[in-house]
Design a protein around this ligand. Structure first.
Ligand code: BEZ
Length: 210
C-alpha cells in the first residue's frame, strides 16, 4: 500500500556519502526532507542538488535535516559532487543515499515504472520529529522542483503543528493565517484574545501567531 500523510516514515539502514545511517536515528528530534532524484550525472538533478546545498542554511535555521537519494552507488555520488560544485558553485553538504538495489526507493514508492522505468522519480517527503510523513510531492524527471516552495511549506507545517491555524493560498512567513475550522468561536477567543476578522463564519483571519 502506498505511503500516505500521517504514516510513520519507514525505517531503513543505508549507505550514504556521509557513512551508514539508520533513518530513524538520523531523524532524531529533527524535521527531515528526504528527496529522490532519478540519476547521477544528469542535468536537472545537477541543478537541484547544487541548489539544495546553497539553501541548506535555510533548512538548518528551521531545524530541518536534508538527505538525497538515487539508485546510484556512493562512489558515483562522490564523483558527481565535484561536477555539482564546479557547475553550480556548491557541492552537496548533506548526505546522499546510495540505493542501487532500489530497496528504499521501493519502500517509499519512488519508482513509477510507467513514468520512468527503473529510476527514481523526483519525490519529496517532509517528515516530522514524530517520524510521521507531513508532506509528499512527486515531480517527473523533466521538471526540476522548486525547493523554495518546500521551505515555505515547512514554515507552514511547523507553524500549524504549534498553533490552531492553517495557512491560506500562497501564504508566506509573517502573513495572516486562518483559524482552523475545528475551533469554535468560544475556543478561539481563548487562543486569540486580541480577536480576528471574520470574512465568513468559517473564514476567520488572524495575524500569524508567534
Ligand atoms: C535530469 O536530471 O536532467 C534527468 C534525469 C533523468 C531523466 C531525464 C532528465
Amino acid at each position: 500500500m502506498a505511503l500516505q500523510l500521517g504514516d510513520t516514515a519507514p525505517d531503513f539502514t543505508a549507505e550514504t556519502t556521509e557513512g551508514t545511517i539508520r533513518f530513524h536515528e538520523f531523524i532524531g528530534d529533527s524535521w527531515v526532507v528526504l528527496f529522490s532524484h532519478p540519476k547521477d550525472f544528469t542535468p536537472v538533478c545537477t541543478t537541484e542538488l547544487g541548489y539544495m546545498a546553497k539553501i541548506k542554511p535555510e533548512f538548518d535555521k528551521r531545524g530541518v535535516k536534508i538527505i538525497g537519494l538515487s539508485v546510484d552507488p556512493v562512489d558515483s555520488h562522490k564523483a558527481w559532487s565535484k561536477d555539482i560544485e564546479e557547475t553550480q558553485g556548491y557541492a552537496p553538504n548533506y548526505p546522499i543515499i546510495a540505493d542501487p538495489e532500489r530497496k528504499i526507493a521501493n519502500l517509499y514508492g519512488m519508482i513509477h515504472p510507467n513514468a520512468l522505468d527503473t529510476l527514481t522519480v523526483r519525490s519529496v517527503f517532509v517528515i516530522g520529529p514524530d517520524k510521521k510523513i507531513k508532506l509528499m510531492l512527486t515531480y517527473p524527471a523533466s521538471t526540476g522542483r522548486n525547493f523554495d516552495e518546500i521551505l515555505r511549506a515547512i514554515d507552514s507545517l511547523q507553524l500549524t503543528a504549534k498553533h490552531s491555524v492553517a495557512t491560506p493560498v500562497n501564504w508566506k512567513e509573517g502573513e495572516d493565517c486562518i483559524i482552523v475550522p475545528s475551533l469554535s468561536d468560544e475556543e478561539a477567543k481563548k487562543k486569540f484574545p486580541t480577536g480576528w476578522k471574520a470574512l465568513k463564519p468559517y473564514l476567520r483571519v488572524v495575524p500569524q501567531p508567534r
